[in-house]
Structures are given as C-alpha cells and as structure tokens.
Design a binder for this molecule. Sequence first.
Ligand code: UDP
Length: 344
Amino acid sequence: MTDRIVVTGGAGYIGSHVSVSLLEAGKALLVIDDFSNSCPEALRRIEEIANAKIEFLKADLANPALAEKITETVRRFRPSGAVHLAGLKAVGESVEEPARYYRVNLNSALTLVAALEAAGAKRLVFSSSATVYGDRSQSPVSESAALGPTNPYGRTKFFIEEMLRDIARADPEWKIANLRYFNPVGAHASGRIGEDPNGVPNNLFPFIAQVAVGRRDKLKVFGGDYPTRDGTGVRDYIHVSDLARGHLAALDYLAREKSPGVIDVNLGTGRGYSVLEAVAAFKRASNRDIPYEIAPRRDGDVAEIYADAALAERLFGWKAEKSIEEMCADTWRWQSANPDGYGR
Ligand code: UDP
C-alpha cells in the first residue's frame, strides 16, 4: 500500500527537495504551504522532476481560522505521518520581530500536531536546526551537547523540540524525530529547483551564487580573525539532496522502530569548510570570479561548528555523500539557469 505523508512547507527550499525524495521513494504527498517564501512554480517543478502528482492545500498553518480546514484535509488524506518544515527562518528578522516568530512557528507546529492526532497518524519528522546548540559547544557537536540557542529563531526550534518531547512523553504512540540541520546548500542536480531567497540573502551560498551570476558586486566575509585555519568562520555544509534523503531515512526509521519516542539527530557531513574555502570551491565550479572583502564579524556568529554525524548513520543507515564540489556545481547550475530564481 502506498505510504502517505503530509509535508508542510513542501514548496520551500528544503521542502521541495524533501518532496522530490519522498515522491521518488513512491510515497503520496499532501503538501501544505502558504507560499509566503515559495511559489506554485516550485511545486510544478517537483512534479516534473519526480514525474508524480502532489495533493496541495494552500494554507497558513499558524492561522487559527484555518485550523479546522487543515485538520479536515489531513484527516481525509489518511497519512501515516508528516514532515514539518513550514516556518519562519531568518535570524535577523526574528530578533526584530520575536512575537511573530514565536506565534508563527509554535502555532504551526501545534496545529499540525492536532491534525495528525485527529488523523491517528502520530509520526512526525521535525525540521530543527544545529542552532539549538549552545554557542560554547565543542565541535564535532553531538546530540548530547548542551542546548542554548542565542536568538529567537533558534529558540522557536528549541521550544518546538521541547514541546514534542513532552507530547511523546505523555503519549507513547507518538514517534518523533527532531532533525538538527547543519548548513544546507546546493540544489537538485537537474538545476530545476533550488534556493530562492527573498531580498538580500542572509546565507553564504545564495550570496556567493548571486555574486557569481552578477546580481551583487561582492561578498562580505564576516570576520577574518577567528581562531580558525584561515581566520574565517567554519561550517558544516551539507548538500540539500543528501539532507532530503535524511528525512526519508528518518521516516522509515520511525515506521520500523517500535519505541523510539523522540530522537534528536544531527544531519551534517561531519566536516567543516571555511568561508574562504567555500568561495574557492565555488570559483572552481562556476569558473567565475567571486570578489570579496573581509568585513567585521556578524553578531551571534561562532568561529566554528560542525556535526558529529555518527548517530544518523547508526540509527538510519544514512550519511551525507555529496562533496563541496557537487554542492557548488549544483548551486551554480540552478543559479545560472534561473538567475532570478523562480521569478517571484
Ligand atoms: N557569511 C559571510 N558572508 C555572508 C554570509 C555568511 O561571511 O554574506 C559567513 C558567516 O559568518 C558564517 C558562514 O558564512 O561563518 C555561514 O553563514 P550562514 O549565514 O550561511 O549560516 P549560519 O552558519 O550562520 O547559520
């Protein structure tokens, strides 16, 4: 029988790649998205890549007036579980508008939990983040490291994880995986779907890609005096298609295991690259110049963070496979074929 999964935020950057992975594994999908940071064209391209149809509900999960409609639609879909990716994700914005971040992210998670409960589908993969770790964590960071996010966005991820832990504790029928992403980058190898940020990109890869394609003059490298090998920040970049496969592996694990309750699992590669190493790799992949200047450190950044990725391999039999070269080549294929993203 076909496995049926709800994917919230399924039209977004990570959601579109997760949707492709799940469809290609033969699952039927109900995507719930409000297109606040995505668009219908992404859904069309997902269907084209996977050669499969998606059921779709356009809805803001945080809108209480839509909760009943959402529950009804989820119930009728008869899912076995859900992947929850819908949410606001800009760190800077979350500092400016914390109440909106808490309202949207927490309410969305609670609405989905209620809908899954009504549908009798108590299986959930949650899109969490390595930002839940405290900023004094030693890398490689394992899942048992102290938690302590340093901004409202990170705290929404942390609070949702905590809520899910309480929910699973109260009702052992729930099977939940909090997936703590490191730095997802890259695009589908077809170049048809990829990251299409609103306005000026906050993240390194979309910024580099827009410099390479000529949309921006130069990259500002935030900090050149960190205690790292070349003075610039080190992160664990993971190809978004590897990350997407991690969600499939997590769902399969939750379906297979009798009693995991809640598991917290890092999705990373286990190795770090500096900003300048990423720039050099992108330059090689794109054959374009990437002008940059060293700028002051950005508030809240740590010098270095990368994953201990052993648990995902032990539990799910999953590990990241794609190299930094593929991350750059695929980002470039997407960016050069779609210089204005989806043209939203
Ligand atoms: N970074 C940078 N210039 C930019 C954006 C990011 O130098 O325009 C650096 C940032 O300081 C960090 C790394 O690139 O060391 C990754 O930043 P990103 O915002 O992509 O992810 P984060 O790890 O902060 O979530």
